[in-house]
Design a protein around this ligand. Structure first.
Ligand SMILES: C[S@@+](CC[C@H](N)C(=O)[O-])C[C@H]1O[C@@H](n2cnc3c(N)ncnc32)[C@H](O)[C@@H]1O
Length: 218
């Protein structure tokens, strides 16, 4: 069993500003652990996590993959970028967090380069104004406010996935049942030719969570 990263350096004061790992985080860790052998076989050069928050997920995947992999992380929230770096350090791992909107500053350089792409997005359905205020504030509200169907920010990122994925790349996405899983999968197939599978699904309190994995057809 791959251990959950040590987060003992983060306090409730940090969690006033940055998303505290929760069920959605842990189902993503479980999906990555389940696919650990396949992920190792990919021999990834670049792993990119969007919205890394505390850094728990990126630190976890360093425990699966090679030390030669580069672990890039983005977050719109500057406090999250700091916490991501600190969590890597606490666990003797090197993470390279960047304060950025989705993968915007990396789009040209990382075209078809990302072998493992991860996103646990803000997926809670809210009104668009709430999403926009949260994004503008770059604060903890940005961790959950997802706009219409909880999909407004995710939909923006889905448009970038095919451009970023390497030929052998995989994209893991956390989603809620309310995000309309079949529609996400169909749109990625019709729009970008990406295949997908449901890696894991489980009820977590009031939420029903999915981990979707997208990849190019072989
Ligand atoms: C649900 S939290 C997930 C945090 C962490 N990855 C985890 O699984 O615990 C969503 C994260 O996305 C970040 N985020 C929200 N909008 C973003 C954007 N436009 N670009 C990059 N990150 C964003 C939030 O700040 C937050 O850290």
């Amino acid at each position: 069993m791959i251990p959950t990263p040590d987060l003992s350096h983060l306090t409730y004061k940090d969690y006033d500003h940055v998303y505290e790992p929760a069920e959605d985080t842990f189902i993503l860790l479980d999906a990555l652990e389940q696919d650990a052998d396949e992920l190792k076989e990919l021999k990834p050069t670049i792993c990119l996590e969007i919205g890394s928050g505390s850094g728990c997920v990126s630190t976890f995947i360093t425990q699966i993959l090679d030390t030669r992999t580069v672990y890039l992380c983005t977050d719109i929230n500057p406090y999250a970028a700091q916490c991501t770096f600190r969590t890597g350090k606490q666990n003797n791992k090197i993470l390279d967090p960047i304060r950025a909107y989705l993968a915007l500053p990396l789009m040209n350089r990382l075209k078809y380069q990302v072998d493992v792409l991860l996103f646990n997005p803000p997926y809670v359905p809210t009104i668009t104004d709430e999403l926009e205020a949260a994004q503008a504030g770059k604060s903890i509200e940005g961790a959950w406010a997802g706009g219409t169907d909880g999909m407004e920010l995710t939909n923006k990122f889905l448009q970038c996935v095919e451009h970023l994925l390497s030929p052998k790349g995989r994209f893991y996405l956390v989603a809620l049942k309310a995000n309309r899983i079949d529609s996400i999968r169909q749109r990625m197939k019709d729009g970008y030719g990406l295949e997908s599978k449901i890696s894991l699904e489980r009820r977590a309190g009031r939420e029903y969570l999915y981990i979707l994995c997208f990849y190019r057809p072989t």
